[in-house]
Design a protein around this ligand. Structure first.
Ligand code: UDP
Length: 479
């Protein structure tokens, strides 16, 4: 038994992006000497196991997985993409009691150290904070969003109170949110404010946000140099707030055993053959296209994207997740597209990949993304410039920050059409603006590397988080 190790129970919100981000944070803590119990909700666990053909998850004696029931039927028993609202309701109704029971089970087990802290996704805090408080151990909330994205969600209740639901003016300016000089109403994440006073997604945000205010500490997945004003404002809102990012880069700074590196949680089977195809292309010649784990689009838009990619005459690797559209892409896309991917000549289509590995492949020269925060952080960490599309939640805000604030993204029209896709893809790969955003991407990669390097802001904040908060729950076990 590893009696001396502090024991962190890490629990992500259900969703691939949340799971990937928390897994990396858990690996960081493991590197820092923690015993990790990583908790998955049943539906996600089922999907991950299906993607692995039911091979057990890689684990280690000091890094273990547990599941808790969530009462949600699995992919097979439904015909459509998973309904976010259904997930939200089931989780808040069904997960608290099993989570408490799990903590109890871990605490009476003879082969693991007692649980000394809980690290919970901000959107799981209504399930977790009470359990930590009952045990008198630290509960830390992790926001896997940008600083500004987190800040706006943290103001969801005040936004509901202060912004009239009759306000239909997207250009209405909000200038009273700390650290955010001014923002258009239309740029507020749909998960933080909605004109519908009963919007279930915003209701959930409001109820989860209180967990952050009751937590022992809050972690934000950003770094000070990227969002200086908002990071300062977050620190003045909480007694203990830690900006720690980019986590993928931090993790690279701590080489781990293969046993730990091989631990991963993907809900779709990864295509390995795309790397062979990438190897066959010249450096920086490929546009990588991926819209993450939740976005959906229409067959019409898929066709426009395909036409644009085809006409741009650039190499492309396009990940079309099975639920991205209803139907089969190969029956919808035009013959010239099918011709371009025949034999992998100019394009390659797959269903899921190891995105970080793709972004770090020398052949990749740009990323057409839906602007999920993890995708942006991973792209920034790899120094890859982006073309920014967005779908829902805080993706529009991320798009705005990438294109207008940090300068490493080019915008693409949201209502995609072939001509626009063609010209923006060409611009990124061959044009003057493309050169500028690529320079910025390189610059931000260097700044991010400085933040995670020894003495950098994120490097120091990680140590502070551990020393000031996470280890405080072990003190009660001493003597
Ligand atoms: N991802 C991946 N392979 C894919 C697509 C996505 O590994 O083919 C990972 C990606 O690296 C990221 C996460 O899934 O860590 C997606 O998170 P993000 O916040 O970008 O978007 P979401 O899926 O939450 O909309």
């Amino acid at each position: 038994m590893e009696a001396q190790r502090p024991h962190a129970v890490c629990i992500p919100a259900p969703g691939q992006g949340h799971i990937s981000a928390m897994l990396k944070l858990a690996k960081l803590l493991h590197h820092k000497g923690f015993h990790i119990t990583y908790v998955l909700t049943q539906l996600n666990y089922t999907h991950i196991m299906q993607a692995r053909d039911f091979r057990p998850l890689n684990q280690a004696p000091t890094f273990c997985f547990e599941t808790i029931p969530d009462g949600i039927p699995s992919r097979e028993t439904r015909n459509s993409a998973i309904d976010l609202v259904e997930i939200i309701f089931s989780i808040s109704k069904n997960c608290s009691a099993p989570f408490r029971a799990l903590i109890h089970k871990l605490n009476v087990a003879s082969d693991v150290p007692p649980v000394s802290c809980i690290v919970s996704d901000a959107f799981m805090s209504s399930t977790t904070i009470g359990a930590a408080q009952e045990l008198g151990i630290p509960a830390v909330v992790f926001w896997p969003f940008s600083g500004v994205g987190s800040m706006l969600h943290l103001h969801s209740l005040i936004l509901r109170d202060k912004v009239s639901i009759n306000n239909k003016d997207d250009d209405y300016i909000i200038d009273w949110i700390p650290g955010v000089k001014s923002i258009r109403l239309g740029d507020i994440p749909t998960s933080a404010w909605s004109p519908n006073p009963n919007d279930p997604i915003v209701d959930n945000t409001i109820s989860q946000v209180s967990g952050s205010y009751n937590a022992s500490a809050v972690i934000f997945h950003t770094f000070d140099e990227l969002e200086p004003q908002v990071c300062n404002a977050l620190r003045s809102m909480f007694n203990r707030a830690y900006t720690i990012g980019p986590i993928p880069l931090l993790l690279k700074g701590f080489p781990e055993s293969d046993e730990i590196n091989q631990i991963e949680c993907h809900m779709w089977k990864q295509d390995q053959d795309c790397f062979q195809w990438l190897n066959s292309k010249t450096p920086k010649s490929v546009v990588y296209v991926n819209f993450g784990s939740m976005a959906v689009t229409s067959p019409d838009k898929l066709v426009e994207l395909a036409i644009g990619l085809c006409k741009s005459m650039q190499n492309f690797l396009w990940i079309i997740r099975p639920e991205l559209i209803s139907g089969n892409w190969s029956e919808i896309l035009p013959p010239q597209f099918m011709d371009a991917i025949k034999g992998g000549r100019r394009g390659y289509v797959s269903h899921w990949c190891d995105q970080e590995q793709v972004l770090n492949h020398p052949s990749v020269g740009g990323f057409l993304t839906h602007c999920g925060w993890n995708s942006i952080v991973e792209s920034m960490s790899a120094g890859v410039a982006m073309i920014c599309w967005s779908s829902f939640a805080e993706q529009g805000l991320n798009r705005l920050c990438c294109c207008s604030e940090w300068g490493f993204g080019l915008e693409i029209e949201l209502d995609v059409n072939g001509e626009n896709v063609e010209s923006v893809v060409r611009e990124l790969m061959e044009g003057e603006k493309g050169r500028e955003v690529k320079k910025k991407a390189f610059l931000w990669k260097e700044r991010a590397e400085a933040a995670i390097g020894v003495g950098g802001s994120s490097f120091s904040n990680l140590d502070k988080l551990i020393g000031e908060v996470l280890l405080s729950g072990c003190r009660q076990f001493k003597n």
